[in-house]
Design a binder for this molecule. Structure first.
Ligand code: PLP
Length: 437
């Protein structure tokens, strides 16, 4: 039929011309795209052949309000037809960017009050490192330039963001990285102290951490961990940056991941859920103390800015997205459905020998496979990637993490998900695990 030949045509063009981000390039070339999506609605995506699947990852942990919201496309269309773009450099401004920065100050943890806008998470991370370093120049401590991050962390793919990323495989992808990045063990505050001591506290600008590590395998820190981190940073006068790119805007059942820990960061990176993916936007927030210092000490120009910093359409979309999150109580739903998700995992754990640890915080969850739980022995061939394939065949999109010997399935469904839909996910998952075990 016409549709079949159109799909074939697109598959061939994709193979020939489309270099996919973070993709298995050989397999992509051989098989072409697994899905060519044409429509999104709620928690579902539909591809060209008409197959409808559950978007169990909110695509890239970002479509928090779900797909297909006309309300958002109307806001974007209206903004585009009145003011599609204008500069935010120097003293130029626009209403959506102003209102969004004020809204963010209202909802952000601690006393984060001022926002620098970017187009995504990687740009936000590089911005945070540069602002932290510039801050120390202004404060008369220019030697403070080192950035410490955690093993298993993911901060993006710009040069600074990759250099901060604690997953070795991402750093090994290129043969030269940004200097002055160091790593502490992801669960040990003592390790952070050791790295600070061995590098020299007077040379350390900032420590950066995700509240819950996402791409690195969904690692949830204890309450004590971040409390100790905050104390160590204060002791040595080091800035604490939280990377809320995934955990922001309701993902973990609170507005921000740090809200679980009652710890106030000095800076915060965000992206993804701020627009639920309806437009490209990210940013970095700084504390009122840092903002005052910048204002007081800076005599020149803040020489950092992206063309699309403060994009009026993206900011208008973000404002409406946050309105929807609040109006529909999606943060409370994330918390409640997160418990359902974890219960679902626990039920699966009872059915399958191969499931080791299960965990979730709000709608960010993981299942780890283990050959022998007592001996902590893994399967020679990780199960998680095979389960992902089997689940996709049955209509559920998930992701696996196999870095550093892990064998983990991760989950991050839209915050609108219902109990029935979680049950649907668990039934598919049950069949998918049965198929590979
Ligand atoms: N930081 C974290 C915690 C992320 O999970 C990601 C992306 O997954 C990034 C930063 C990078 O964001 P982006 O892909 O928008 O550049």
């Amino acid at each position: 039929s016409q549709q079949t030949s159109k799909i074939e045509e697109l598959r061939e063009l994709d193979k020939k011309h489309y270099l996919h981000p973070t993709s298995p390039i050989g397999a992509q070339q051989e098989h072409g795209p697994a899905f060519i999506f044409t429509k999104g609605e709620g928690i579902y995506l539909t591809d060209m052949s008409g197959q409808k699947v559950i978007d169990g990852m909110s695509s890239l942990w970002n479509v928090n309000i779900g797909h297909g919201r006309n309300e958002i496309s109307e806001v974007a269309s209206k903004q585009m037809s009145t003011l599609a773009f204008s500069s935010s450099f120097a003293t130029f401004s626009n209403e959506p960017a102003i209102r969004l920065s004020a809204k963010l100050a209202e909802i952000a943890p601690g006393d984060l009050t001022a926002t620098f806008f970017t187009s995504g998470g990687s740009e936000s991370n590089d911005t945070a490192y540069k602002l932290a370093r510039h801050y120390w120049i202004l404060k008369g401590e220019p030697k403070r330039k080192k950035i410490i991050s955690r093993t298993h962390s993911y901060h993006g793919v710009a040069m600074g963001a990759t250099s901060a990323t604690g997953i070795q495989a991402f750093r090994d992808f290129t043969n030269s990285l940004a200097p002055d990045f160091h790593y502490a063990d992801h669960m040990s505050p003592e390790s952070l102290r050791q790295v600070i001591e061995s590098e020299g506290p007077e040379t350390v600008a900032a420590f950066i951490s995700e509240p819950v590590q996402g791409a690195g395998g969904l690692h949830i820190a204890t309450k004590e961990y971040f409390k100790a981190v905050r104390e160590i940073c204060d002791e040595y006068g080091i800035l604490f940056i939280t990377d809320e790119v995934i955990t922001g805007f309701g993902r973990t059942g609170t507005y921000f991941g740090m809200d679980h820990y009652d710890v106030a960061p000095d800076m915060m990176c965000f992206a993804k859920g701020v627009t639920s993916g309806y437009a490209q936007l990210g940013g970095v927030m700084i504390s009122s103390r840092m903002h005052e210092d910048f204002t007081k000490l800076s005599t020149g120009t803040l020489l950092h800015g992206y063309t699309y910093s403060g994009h009026p359409v993206a900011c208008a979309v973000a404002l409406r997205n946050l309105e929807i999150i609040e109006r529909e109580n999606l943060i409370a739903n994330s918390s409640q459905m997160g418990e359902e998700l974890l219960n679902g995992f626990i039920n699966l754990q009872a059915s399958f020998e191969s499931i080791g640890d299960v965990r979730a915080l709000g709608l960010m969850g993981a299942i780890e496979f283990m050959k022998d739980k007592e001996k902590e022995e893994r399967f020679p061939q990780p199960l998680a990637p095979m389960v992902v394939t089997e689940a996709a065949k049955r209509g559920l999109i998930l992701r696996s993490v196999v870095f550093n010997g892990q064998d983990t399935l991760v989950f991050s469904p839209p915050l609108i998900i219902t109990k029935e839909q979680i049950n649907d996910m668990m039934s598919i998952l049950h069949e998918a695990i049965k198929a590979v075990e």
